[in-house]
Design a protein around this ligand. Sequence first.
Ligand code: KIV
Length: 285
Amino acid sequence: MSEKVSVRDIMKKKGREKIIAITSYDYPTTLLIDSTGVDLILVGDSLGMTVLGYDSTLPVTLDDMIRHTAAVARAKPKALVVADMPFMTYEPSKRDALVNAAKLIKAGAEAVKIEGGIEYADTVEALVDAGIPVLGHVGLTPQRKNQIGGYRLMGKDPETAEKVIEDAKAIEQAGAFAIVVEFTTAEVAKVITETVKVPTIGIGSGPYCDGQIIVIHDIIGLTPKPPPFAKKYVDISTLIINAVRTYKEEVLSGKFPSEDHYWHAPKNVIDYLKMRFQKNALNYR
Ligand code: KIV
């Protein structure tokens, strides 16, 4: 796709073509990712783990999200840029959600993502009414890991299956343009995909969704403990370690920097420096 991707483009793909979504958190990685022609780039609050070294998404702040969203937006990607609303930036009230979502939009996001189902349908509606497109997120909602009891597969029993499906329906009704379905059984994701009219974007939820999303650090081998559903396509950590080791060895051995990595002063400056150095040296004798 050569044109800028809009929310409408994502919606039109349902039932026609798979939606390709992936996270990104910085400027250079976004340039690389966008050159492949993906549809949607999520500045995920997963940056808490992938980039900031926390062990969950809970400590991520709105300022963290604003800084990384702005960095991604500066790469001017053709893909739609969606920013995650971090924990407790939309839960307290609809007003909080509106004020905080607006900050992410001003930083360069074109839509926001919020985790949750029926209980946040009103919030989704308020954002959409204010002109802020919303990507829903149902199934495993990592911001609620303490309540759920960890990162559990959802939809293994009739109760959670029913709840996730009802959540997706409520979020669709509220006006979300698409819904992330995280770590549900494939069968539950299939029912949701066949029930709602907006696209579903799966992660760890099997092949029946309208698209897939994945964390960039997981596919390039930069996540120390990736989730069980992640697939590693390249091991960039070995490349980084080898490059740094070689750099270290070359500095120690004097191989780096070599003539092609530094510059000499012109002859008149060399003569001047020699004169100054010799004069100073004499002064000290
Ligand atoms: O924060 C994130 O990266 C996400 C994706 C895993 C969907 O929410």
